[in-house]
Every structure is written in structure tokens, then in C-alpha cells.
Ligand binder design. Structure first.
Ligand code: CDP
Ligand code: MG
Length: 898
């Protein structure tokens, strides 16, 4: 290899053996001073001597010719004192056998790709190899990115434990939380966090090596980081401060990284860790069950009662389904901590005591369980109605709230049976036939689950019980749950589809890819031969599953990413070395929206504006950044920060599924929310106002030490509330830093806004949402559409032909203001039936549009009456104009502009 770098090489071979004494070694050094390469054969223990020679030679070389490319291996070896038990488990991991190959390849290359199936030890071991090889010396750090926060936290804890180091040294950093210290040497973080760090220090000087983990997931940030780091590595080398990049993937499909000349001129070497995967027998269902949750339940019962020991892992699509099944299973196979009293007593004084107790789940379980039951119930009523009228299927839009992919079920399958249902009867009967069995230790796992509850899946289940984890696709690759022998796979996942042009989101439960299904099956073969039960037929797998799902960057809006890149000086985003480029339409639409916000130059969208720079400086989506940038002068920062924080965190308000027919909790929330909404401008501020008030009240409850009760009472997701709190403090600190004499109060408590402030807040929201304006369709126009769409009322959005409805979760649904802005538009499909909804509604006044959404307005005529006026204080002329809004040219009221 060195031969590639220089034309005339002097190569000398030497042998050092145990008998060589220091003189001999020095002699070799003297002799070989003129040579370029020393090939050493080291027999036995003189490896230290070899290191000395190698080092001397390299130093000489560098002196002669400082620009020569030598990758000096860190000569140090850092000793790690591990517990024996840990060491024994480690040594069984397949990656351990490859350590030398990996480390050697890494010392010869700046970039390597490491593949190996899930559980082979990549995430937990690679940082340790690097640490031991001295990569964390000389004030440098080892950085590892994860696409999921769960993984960043749990992996840092695991590695700290394996290495016997404290969390001060092996630490993590995710958006609102972290335990990094100046002593941190191994840093786990989400890919979004590293992206922010690149903005602050483009060369990432404090890192000696970056590992991009789970690259096969193709998260948007990881993709962009690969592009950025491909350049950073070159720059660091040029500056004589080389950095390594390791791309880790659970699948062998890495062509997008290797066969992309724009990314890496020479394809980086790929090292595959062969892992000992035991055979997994895959059982397809003969027919594909519609109600896969029920099917999963039945399958689990059979496995648990009939098959030998071994953990069960069930893959469903979202939080509600997971909780529903968890509750059902816990009811069928009760586990009571009392029955294990003796065991508990024995372990009482031990440090490692695990509290085997479901009690802290109960509240949450009840709620989610009820929501699902209620939805089923209401749906059944609807269906009866439908069958009387013999219309096609009606969907669930009125009471379903789309959320992120872990939140909501859209795929409530047909269930013609009564609720107290035949399912139960059937199951009871089945249980009778199957007889008794040991307790089942049932745990949920989904991304919004509080961290400490997520960690429970790694703990040993209580003695004499079988572990059963009901999970979303979090458990697919990033977390390996120990001791799983049976996998039950619904074959489904929830995805948020995004229309690149209209911005419309669709939430659908789709089949996963073949690759994902195989990953899921693989989870069963870690400890021994396993079984995977697929709740769908092999025909469906063959014909309907795609091979791989497409990278996130091609599926999601990338406004934030585009702006972040431009603020780093990457003007022509089209030319950026993406592993898979977002398509042109997607980029153009992003740039268009950023231009509307005023973040990009009106004439040249490749240039970022000053406003754009300040928008990009906030760790929130560009439209929220705009709101923050807009509200300085109004003394409204506290409120804006709170709204922006609340809107940036997903699904804080638990949904209200019913208007009261089922259970009182739900009704209570709804009434409470109506009260919170207030009147006047407060009500017109709409759904964001509810968030603002709820967060304000939650803060009060927090100060009284009653946050948990408050959240349950009012239907708030506590983890979400705490995240909002952190984001608020972070944003406040950042703003204080940028505008030093402002010094906002970091204390999250606040009073509700006055009516006047609420009005200004509506305008601030408009400034960030000026491309998401809708107008109520006048009655006479609606009549024409009525036949087609069966509408009582509807809204029109400039670029979308179909009328849209306000989602029933909106507080303004009753009021139906003429002009509104919305946070999100989505469609729900049910067969051929397709409906569009907006949610997160605020009422606006059309007079405001010229001022707060100027780029969406077309001025038709400047009026002479009333006469233009000159404001000498501001040195500006104001005049009245006639204007229209958007492409459809809605007439606006005459308004005064600058
Ligand atoms: O990254 P990769 O999927 O290759 O494997 P890993 O996450 O490094 O996991 C290696 C092993 O450590 C697996 O057998 C995990 O079950 C185990 N592990 C664990 O027992 N507890 C954790 N908190 C994390 C990993
Ligand atoms: Mg991993």
C-alpha cells in the first residue's frame, strides 16, 4: 500500500525476536534510517520494540517531509479493568474476533464501513476498541451517533458498565438531556446533536473518531452527516489533525455509501462481522389476518402455553396497540409480585434488586386501553349505521388523532363482533383447553415510553416467569433484547407519508420491507435456534413487501436540513454529496417555503438571509425559528418560546376520543380544554392557546410537586411536558446568550397572556405559518361541492383542489373562523374514500396577511385615497393597497402597508 504514495521505495525487512537485545534494535533503527518502509517480523513478545521502531521511523518521515501522509497509530494502549462476568459475555460476541482486522484497517484508512447483524456487538464494542487503542487520549473524544434517543442513552449506560467507567467518562447527549462532562471520552449522541455540533465547529476538532451507527436506517441526519464527514475527514487530514470515520450498518446493503463517487472517491473498505446467528424457522400464516393485534394475542398465548422456555418479542405498529396487547396479556397471565415474595426478600439488600412490579404502568395502561376500546366501540356504532344505509366503509376520522408513527392506530380492522367480545370468549375457551402456565412478564417498548421503563427490557425477568416484550419497530435493530427465542411479527409498521408538493401528510399502516421483516425474524436466533411467527402469508410477503424501504431524506420535508446546510455555507444543496439525493422537486419546494419565510434571498435562493441565519440558530423547525426571530420587539418571547416548544414536541395532549358516552375521564379532559381556551383573542389563538395554558398550569403543578397527578387528570403526556420544559429552558438560555441585555427569566412559570398579547401571538404564529393559510368556503360555493363531498362546511387551501375539514380535536371546530392558519394537514384514506384534515388551528384576520405574509400576497393596486402618509420617526411611507392572496387570488381587504 505505501507504494502508492511514493515512486522509489526503500524496503528493508528485519526480524526481531526474543533474543534481540536493545543494541540490536537500535542498530536496526540506524540502518533503516534511509528506508521508507520497514517490514518487521515480530516473533513473540518484542512487540513493544517493534512499536518503538515504527514510531521512530514515522517521526523521521514526518520531519523530512511534513506533508507526507502517514497515519500514526496511537502507540498507547489504554488498559480497561472489566468485571470478569462482563468479560466472559464480551468474549462471546462475534465482533471480538475481528478486533485486530478492524483496528488495522482503520489505521490504514480514514473511512471504514463495518457491517454485522444486530447483536454482533458493533455498538457496545467498537467504542471500547477505540478507547483501548488510545483514540480518546490527547484531549480527544470518541463520538458515536444513534438515530434514536433510546439507543443513545441505553448504549452509553451499557458501555460505561462494561468498561467500569462512570457516566462522566462514557456519556450521552440528546436534544434535551445529557450527562457529558469535561472528562467525557466516549460520547453517545443522536445524529441531530452531532449535526448541530458540526454547525458550531465544522471540523469537529474535539473528536479523533466519529462512528455513525445504524446507518442502514438511513435517517435524514445520518445521511447528511455521511456527506459532511466525507469532507471533514479530508480537511482534517490536510490540517495534519486526522480524524477517522466509521460507518456501521446492520445490513450488507451499503452500495449507496461505497458506489457513490461523489461521496468517497475511493470506496472505503467494508468489514463484515460474521455473527453466529442460529437458524430461525419462519412460520407464515396460511391467511393474512386482518386484526393482527388479536392474531398476535392468540399466537402469543399458544407460544406461552405450549412451547419451551424462551422470551417472546412481538412487533406491532404503535403505542396504542402495544399497550392494548400488554394489558390483555397481563390480564390473562397475571404476574403478581406477591407470589415472588421469597425471592424479593432474599434480594432485598442486594444492590441489584429489581422491582418486579407493574404498578407504575397502571394509569397509563388504563387510559390507552380505554381509548382503544372506545374507538372500537364508536366504530362499531358507525358501522351499524353504515350497514343500514349500505354505503361504503366510513372511516374513523372524527375521533382519531394522527400522531407520530408511534401514537395512533389507523388500521382498526373490521371487527363485526360485539365488544365484550367473542375474542374474549374464544380466548377463554382456548385458555381452558391449554391449561395453566407459568406467569408471563409482559413489558411494552416504544419510543415515547419513559426511559427508565424502556430499560426494563434488558433486566432479567422475575424468576420462573417468561419474558414477553410487546414492541414497535424500535426493537428491530437498535436495541437487542436478551434471550428472545420467539418472534411474533405483524409485518406492519406505521409510516407518515409526506407529499412533496402539497405538504400533505398521510398516516398509514403499511407492510414493512422484506429487509425489515428479516431483521425482525433474526431477533429470535440470538441465543439458539428460534422461531418467527409471521401473521401474514408467504404470498403477501413475496408480492406485497418491498425489498427495502427508501431513505428518510427522500420521504420527509427537508426545510430544516436545507436551511442548516445553507447556514453552514453549503449554498448549492443540489451538489451536496448525499448517499441518496433528495429529488429536485423536494429541494425546490423546501427552498420555496424557506423563501416565503424570508430565510432565503428572494432573488437567489442559494443565499441565506440575515433573518435566515438567525432562524437557523434556533434548534427548532424553520417556521418556529421565524416566530422566535419575529417576537423580540413585542415582549412576547416567553409565550412564543412556550408555544414553539410545545409545538416542537410530539403529541403532548392525549386525544379526546369521545364526547362522553364512554367513561368520564375523556369528557373531563374535553371540558377542561374548553375552559382553558377562554374567550376573545385567547380563544381565537386556538389550539396553541390550549397548549400554552396547559403548559402554564403544568408548571404550577410541577412547582407544587404534583405534576404527575396533573398530567393524568388533564390528559397530558408527562414525558412530553418534561421535554417541553427542557426545550423552553434551552431556548430561553440561547436567546439570553444572543441578546445579552434582554435577560429573560429562565424560570418556566408564567402568567397567562392578556387579550392584547394573545392577539399579537396570533400574528406571530401567522408570520411562521404564512404558507399554511386556509379560508372557509363561502356557503354558496360549498353547495356546488356539496354533492360530491358531503360537506357541511369546509376550508380551501390555495394550492390544493380538494376541500379540507377541521379535525375534531381542534378547539375552533365549533367556531369555524373565516380565515385560519394550521400546523398540519393530513389525509386519511379508507379504500377509495379520502378525506383531508387540518389541525393545530389559529384564527387570523385577513388584514394581517399583507404585513405578516407579504411574500404570499400580490399587490394589485396602490390606492390614492386615503392618501399615503409619511412617518418621520421611522422614515417610512405608508399607503393603502388592494391585494390578493396566494395563487388562487383570494381578494384581501384593503390594507395599509409600508
Ligand atoms: O450493535 P449491535 O447490534 O451489533 O450489538 P450491540 O448492541 O453492541 O449488542 C451486543 C450484545 O450486548 C447483545 O447481545 C445485547 O443483548 C447486549 N446488550 C445488553 O445486554 N444490554 C444492553 N443494555 C445493551 C446490549
Ligand atoms: Mg447496534
Amino acid at each position: 500500500e505505501p507504494g502508492k504514495k511514493s515512486k522509489n521505495l526503500n524496503v528493508v525487512g528485519v526480524e526481531i525476536s526474543e533474543t534481540s537485545d536493545d543494541d540490536e534494535v537500535n542498530q536496526i533503527n540506524d540502518e533503516t534510517i534511509e528506508t521508507d518502509v520497514v517490514v518487521c517480523e515480530v516473533s513473540n513478545t518484542k512487540s513493544n520494540t517493534a512499536a518503538v521502531i515504527e514510531d521512530t521511523k514515522l517521526i523521521e518521515k514526518e520531519k523530512e517531509n511534513p506533508s507526507i501522509e502517514v497515519d500514526r497509530k496511537p502507540a498507547t494502549y489504554i488498559h480497561v479493568e472489566r468485571d470478569q462476568e462482563i468479560q466472559i459475555t464480551r468474549l462471546k460476541l462475534p465482533i471480538i474476533a475481528e478486533e485486530q482486522v478492524i483496528m488495522e484497517t482503520l489505521s490504514e484508512n480514514s473511512v471504514i464501513i463495518l457491517t454485522g447483524s444486530t447483536g454482533s456487538g458493533k455498538t457496545t464494542q467498537m467504542p471500547q476498541f477505540l478507547y483501548e487503542a488510545g483514540y480518546a487520549e490527547n484531549e480527544k473524544m470518541i463520538g458515536i451517533t444513534e438515530p434514536r434517543r433510546v439507543a443513545a442513552i441505553s448504549m452509553s449506560q451499557r458501555v460505561a458498565r462494561e468498561m467500569n467507567l462512570s457516566s462522566n467518562i462514557v456519556s450521552y447527549l440528546i436534544r434535551f438531556e445529557g450527562n457529558c462532562t469535561p472528562q467525557t471520552k466516549i460520547k453517545f449522541m443522536t445524529d441531530g446533536v452531532l449535526m448541530k455540533e458540526v454547525e458550531c465547529d465544522f471540523l469537529l476538532n474535539k473528536y479523533s473518531v466519529i462512528i455513525l451507527d445504524e446507518a442502514h436506517e438511513r435517517s435524514a441526519y445520518t445521511d447528511i452527516l455521511i456527506g459532511l464527514l466525507s469532507r471533514i475527514v479530508l480537511l482534517r487530514k490536510k490540517k495534519g489533525n486526522p480524524m477517522k470515520l466509521i460507518i456501521m450498518s446492520a445490513t450488507l446493503r451499503v452500495e449507496d455509501f461505497t458506489k457513490n463517487a461523489k461521496l468517497f472517491k475511493e470506496p472505503p473498505p467494508v468489514i463484515n462481522v460474521e455473527s453466529r446467528q442460529f437458524p430461525v424457522t419462519v412460520h407464515f400464516n396460511k391467511v393474512t389476518a386482518d386484526d393482527y393485534v388479536r392474531e398476535a394475542l392468540i399466537k402469543t398465548i399458544k407460544i406461552h402455553t405450549k412451547l419451551p422456555e424462551g422470551g417472546i418479542l412481538i412487533f406491532l405498529t404503535g403505542q396504542q396497540e402495544v399497550m392494548y396487547l400488554v394489558k390483555k396479556l397481563r390480564k390473562l397471565f397475571p404476574y403478581s409480585s406477591k407470589s415472588n415474595k421469597t425471592i424479593e426478600a432474599k434480594t432485598k439488600n442486594e444492590e441489584t434488586e429489581i422491582k418486579h412490579d407493574y404498578s407504575d404502568d397502571d394509569e397509563e395502561l388504563d387510559m390507552i386501553f380505554n381509548i382503544r376500546k372506545a374507538i372500537k366501540h364508536k366504530k362499531k356504532n358507525k358501522r351499524q349505521l353504515v350497514s343500514q344505509m349500505t354505503l361504503p366503509k366510513i372511516n374513523l376520522d372524527d375521533f382519531q388523532m394522527p400522531g407520530d408513527d408511534t401514537e395512533v392506530d389507523f388500521n382498526e380492522e373490521d371487527d363485526e363482533k360485539s365488544e365484550k367480545d367473542e375474542t374474549d370468549e374464544h380466548i377463554t375457551q382456548m385458555m381452558g383447553e391449554l391449561g395453566n402456565s407459568q406467569p408471563l412478564w409482559v413489558l411494552p417498548l416504544y419510543s415515547l415510553l419513559p426511559t427508565h421503563k424502556q430499560a426494563r427490557v434488558f433486566e432479567k425477568p422475575p424468576e420462573n416467569s417468561r419474558l414477553c416484550v410487546v414492541a414497535t419497530n424500535v426493537a428491530e435493530t437498535s436495541l437487542t433484547i436478551p434471550n428472545i427465542k420467539y418472534v411474533v411479527d405483524s409485518g406492519k409498521q406505521k409510516t407518515k407519508f409526506y407529499d412533496k408538493v402539497t405538504g400533505v401528510n398521510t398516516f398509514v399502516v403499511t407492510y414493512t420491507s422484506k429487509a425489515a421483516a428479516d431483521q425482525r425474524a433474526g431477533r429470535a436466533g440470538r441465543i439458539g435456534p428460534g422461531h418467527c411467527y409471521r401473521l401474514y402469508s408467504s404470498a403477501v410477503y413475496n408480492n406485497e413487501f418491498v425489498q427495502f424501504s427508501s431513505p428518510e431524506i427522500q420521504q420527509k420535508p427537508i426545510d430544516g436540513l436545507v436551511l442548516q446546510m445553507k447556514s453552514m455555507g453549503i449554498e448549492k444543496v443540489v451538489n451536496f454529496p448525499f448517499p441518496s439525493s433528495p429529488d429536485r422537486v423536494q429541494l425546490e419546494e423546501s427552498e420555496k417555503r424557506l423563501k416565503i419565510l424570508g430565510a432565503l434571498d428572494n432573488r437567489d435562493v442559494s443565499k441565506i438571509t440575515k433573518l435566515g441565519q438567525s432562524i437557523a440558530s434556533f434548534p427548532v423547525a424553520p417556521r418556529f425559528g421565524k416566530m422566535l426571530a419575529m417576537c423580540h420587539q413585542h415582549n412576547l418571547l416567553e409565550y412564543t418560546i412556550c408555544i414553539v416548544a410545545a409545538l416542537s414536541v410530539q403529541e403532548v395532549l392525549q386525544e379526546v376520543p369521545l364526547d362522553g358516552e364512554n367513561g368520564n375521564k375523556d369528557t373531563k379532559w374535553k371540558t377542561k380544554r374548553r375552559t382553558m381556551a377562554g374567550s376573545g383573542n385567547s380563544l381565537l389563538l386556538g389550539d396553541p392557546m390550549i397548549l400554552l395554558k396547559a403548559i402554564g398550569a403544568a408548571e404550577y403543578a410541577h412547582s407544587q410537586g404534583k405534576l404527575q397527578e396533573f398530567c393524568v387528570e388533564n390528559g397530558l403526556r408527562m414525558k412530553g411536558v418534561l421535554e417541553i420544559r427542557k426545550l423552553r429552558i434551552q431556548l430561553t438560555n440561547e436567546i439570553n446568550l444572543n441578546i445579552p441585555n434582554l435577560s429573560l427569566n429562565v424560570d418556566p412559570k408564567m402568567n397567562p397572556p392578556t387579550d392584547q398579547q394573545a392577539k399579537l401571538l396570533r400574528q406571530i404564529l401567522l408570520s411562521g405559518l404564512s404558507d399554511q393559510v386556509a379560508r372557509k368556503i363561502p356557503d354558496e360555493e360549498l353547495k356546488i361541492k356539496e354533492d360530491k363531498h358531503k360537506l357541511k362546511y369546509a376550508y380551501q387551501i390555495p394550492e390544493i383542489e380538494n376541500p379540507v375539514r377541521m379535525h375534531s380535536c381542534s378547539i375552533l371546530k365549533k367556531k369555524q373562523p373565516e380565515w385560519i392558519i394550521y400546523q398540519e394537514i393530513f389525509e386519511i384514506r379508507n379504500g377509495d374514500d379520502m378525506k383531508m384534515f387540518v389541525r393545530g388551528i389559529t384564527a387570523i384576520e385577513p388584514e394581517w396577511l399583507l404585513k405578516f405574509a407579504p411574500s404570499m400576497c400580490n399587490i394589485i393596486k396602490t390606492l390614492e385615497e386615503p392618501e399615503p402618509r409619511y412617518d418621520s420617526d421611522e422614515d417610512k411611507i405608508y399607503c393603502h393597497v388592494r391585494a390578493t392572496f396566494g395563487r388562487s387570488g383570494w381578494t384581501l381587504p384593503i390594507a395599509e402597508i409600508e
